[in-house]
Every structure is written in C-alpha cells, then in structure tokens.
Design a protein. Structure first.
Length: 233
C-alpha cells in the first residue's frame, strides 16, 4: 500500500486531497497545527485506510521529524505533499511597509519547511522512486499588488522545486497551482468580501490525482489545465 504525507490537512485543499487519496487506498500521514480539526479528519478517514495524524507546526524541526518517522512506520514515503502554508497579514500589506518579522515567518513555513520536509523524506522517496507535490500559486508568477510577501514565498518555492527536479531526476517533483478556491486562507486574503463564487477545494483534487497517479514529467503544472485534459480513472 502506498504511503503519502500531506501537510496542512485539517481543512481546505489538504483535507480534500487526504479524502481523495484515502478513497483510492493510500495510507496517510496528515499534519496540521489545529489538533482538534486534525483529529476529526483522522476519525473520518480511519475506516477507509491506515492514517496517522501528527499535530504540530511544520516549521518545527522535531515535528517534521515525527511526520517522516510516522510514514516510515507505515511502510515508507511514496508521496510528499507540501501543502501547509500561511498567508501573512490580513489584509495583505504592500511591501514597502510589510513587517519583516512576519515575512520571515511566511518564508519559514512556505519555503524552508517544504525544503526541510524533502530533506528528511529524500532517502525514503529515493527507495520508492516517489513523488513530491509542492502546492504553489499564480501569485508566485504574477505581480499582484499587495501580494508581495505571499507571492514571493511561492516564487521561491517554485524555484526550489525546479532545482530539486534537476538534482533528483529519478523522482517526480511537481509544483502545482491549484487555482482559486473557496478556502479560509482565500477568505483571509479578501476580508469582508464574498468569495462564494470560487470553487470548493474538492474541485481541484482530480487535477492533483492526475499528477500523483499519472505519468507527467517533473515540472510546474496548473490544475485548470489538467482538468481540461481529463482526470485519471
């Protein structure tokens, strides 16, 4: 049975992907800072598959180690999904007065933590010839006003992923833009606005499954493009 690590899986896209993979027989190690919400996801999915919930902050080195150790106990690491991320201040400030201490926290979670997770999981991924999915954003390539903090962190994650793909040709490494979604993070980015017209995160899961279970080469992909091409059976 294949084993996946999914960070940030107590809500939104991470939770939706965990449910999708559980339905397809994957064993799961899930992570989030909110222990109650994470436990609820574990309870919801434990009748479908083997699942271990590890609550904590992905920016913490000991917590990251516990995640990978839990996956090794389930059989290894076939898939690492770096989904956990933070927006930063809400509403998003312009860069000229962005609090640098907060920006350091954004980079610590959105850039350094995914790299650190890869470093820990790399031996197990090499054994399984596994896959890495780093969740990125169009804000990493488009210069949206007010999105300099979050967007630049996703741009850094894009380039880290790009270099890792070159350095590890035996692995499949993807950086994936899931598109706009009706999630709490997206709501925080637009406080007071109605975002109900955005699709739910579940709508992005078929595109991610096309990445995870298909034969696409390493690289940057957009879920919208994958959905137009058709999802895996």
């Amino acid at each position: 049975m294949s084993v996946a690590i999914i960070t940030g899986s107590s809500r939104g896209l991470g939770r939706a992907l965990a449910e999708g993979l559980a339905d397809r027989g994957w064993s799961l190690v899930i992570d989030a800072r909110g222990s109650d919400a994470l436990a609820e996801v574990e309870h919801r999915l434990e009748s479908k598959t083997k699942i271990v919930a590890v609550a904590g902050d992905v920016a913490d080195a000991e917590h990251r180690r516990a995640i990978v150790e839990a996956a090794e106990e389930l059989g290894g690491v076939d898939l690492l999904v770096n989904n956990a991320s933070v927006l930063g201040p809400s509403p998003q400030p312009p860069l000229h007065n962005y609090p640098l201490g907060i920006l350091e926290d954004v980079y610590r979670i959105n850039v350094l933590a995914p790299l650190a997770m890869f470093q820990l999981a790399a031996p197990a991924l090499a054994r399984s010839r596994g896959r890495v999915v780093n969740i990125t954003s169009d804000a990493g390539v488009e210069p949206y006003e007010g999105w300099g903090g979050y967007g630049s962190s996703k741009a850094a994650l894009d380039q880290i992923s790009n270099v890792l793909a070159v350095e590890h040709p035996d692995l499949r490494i993807y950086w994936v833009d899931p598109g706009d979604m009706n999630t709490q993070m997206h709501q925080d980015a637009y406080p007071g606005e109605d975002i109900s017209d955005r699709p739910p995160p579940e709508a992005s899961v078929p595109g991610l499954l096309a990445i995870i279970e298909g034969d696409l080469p390493s690289g940057r992909h957009r879920v919208a493009d994958l959905l137009r091409q058709g999802s895996p059976r």
